[in-house]
Ligand binder design. Sequence first.
Ligand code: URA
Length: 486
Amino acid sequence: MRTVTLEGRGAFDEWRDAARALLGDGVVPEQVRWQLSGAAGDLFGSDAGAPVPRERALEIAVSKAFIEAAEAAICHSEPDRFSLLYRILWRLQTERSLLQVRSDPDVADLVRLIKNVRRDSHKMKAFVRFREVAAMQTKRRRFVAWFEPEHFIVARTAGFFQRRFTDMDWLIATPKGSAAWNGQELKTSREPAARPEAEDETDELWRTYFANIFNPARVKIRAMQSEMPKKYWKNMPEASLIPDLIAGAERRVQEMAAREASQPPAFHERLQAQWRGREEEGSSTDLPPLVRLRQEAASCTRCPLHCHATQTVFGEGPDDAEIMFVGEQPGDTEDLAGRPFIGPAGQVFDEAVEAAGIDRSQVYVTNAVKHFKYERRGKRRIHMRPDAGEVARCRWWVSKEIEVVQPRIVVALGATAYLSLTGESRPIAEVRGMPIPMQDNRMLLVTTHPSAILRMPDPDLKARSLAAFRSDLGDAKRLFDTLHLR
Ligand code: URA
C-alpha cells in the first residue's frame, strides 16, 4: 500500500505530481491511500512512500479534457476526489474514451464534483459583497469581502473579480483561501484567511438596491432560496430585508392591483391651459433664464412624444450648478410628478451620488428627452427608448440648459445622454472612464444609466454594474475636486 499525503486545498499540481509518479511506478489505484496532511493517519504513516522525485515522474499522455476536469474536481472538498481522479487517470491509459461514457459511475462522480465546484464558483461571483475600507497611502479605493465557499474555488474564481474590478484594490477572504488585487498583481493564497471587519455605507446601498428590484408580484420563495441559499445570507447586507419583503409581498401586490393606471390628461387641454396661464401672466422676459426656459419647455411640441406624456419633465437644480447629470428620459413616476429622477432609477442614482460625496441639491439633473415615451400594456405604461430623431429634437433644450447653467462637468448617464451631448452613437463601454473635453473647458464623463442596472436580469452582473456606476460617480467627484484645486 502506498500512502500519499496532500494539503488538498484545491492545488492541482500536488495531486498531479503524485499521480504521475504513481502511474510511472505502475501502482494500481487500489494500492494507494490518499490522505490530507494533518489527518490522524499522517502521524502513523510508516508506509508512506517518500515524496516522489520529479525526475521519476513520467510524462503521461492525458487529454486536455481530463486535465481541465481534474483541475476543477480537485477544488471539491470531498476527500475521495484524489482517489477518484487517480482511478480515472489509471483507467484512461487503456480506456481512451472513458470520459465520454457518462453512465460510468466514476465519470458520473467526476461530473457531479465539477458541477458542484462550478456552482460554488458562480455563487461566489454573485454573492461576494465588498465593503470599503480606508485607503492607505495610495489614492485607489480599497475594498474587502468575506465569503464562505463550500469548496476550494477562490483561486480559480479570482480572475473574474480581477477583470471586473480592475480600478480598485480588493481582498476577498474566505476560510478556504484568499485573493487580493492591487491594480497590478493578483495574489491568491490557499491558507484559511481571517474574517476582515468592515461595514460601510455600501451595505445600505445594497439594501436600497435590493428593496428596489424586489417585485412582490413575482415572489417565488423556493426559487429564490435555491438561487440565493440561506447559508449565504449572513454575509449579504441586503438579506436582512428578505423576511420583511416576503411577509409584505401579498399586501403590496393587492395595493398595486388596486391602484388605477395613471392616465395622462389629454395633451391639447394641457397645452391650452399652459398658454392661457402665460397670457394671463404677461411677458416672461423678467424671469430668470432657467425659469423662463422651463416655462417654454412646458408647452414644447417639437416631437410627438408630448401627445402621450403627462407633462414636460424639465431639469432641476441650481442655475449655477457645477455638475450636471443628463439621463435618458423621464420614467412613469417622473412623468406623473413632473420631476427628474425621483422613481426607482432616481433612488439608485441618489444613493450613488451620496456615496460619492456629492450633494444632490447642488447639482443639476436633467434628461436628454423631456417627455416620457412608453407603450401601454394593459394598465401599465412600459418605457420605450427614444429614437435618434426624438433625441435630436430635444437636444435644443439640453443645450439651452447647459448654456444657462454653465456646468464644469457634465455626466452622461447612458448612451442616449451621450448621443444627445455629442451627436455620436457609441457603446458606453468605449467611452466610459475617461473625461472627454467639451466646449468652454467643460468635461464630459460617461457612465451607465441606473435604469439599465435595474433592468439587468443577472444578479451578478447587476451587482458589478452597480459598483462600477458608483465608482464612476466617485471619479466625477474627484474630477470636480481637482478642478476646484486649480
Ligand atoms: N430615467 C431617466 O433617464 N430619467 C429620469 O428622470 C428617470 C429615469
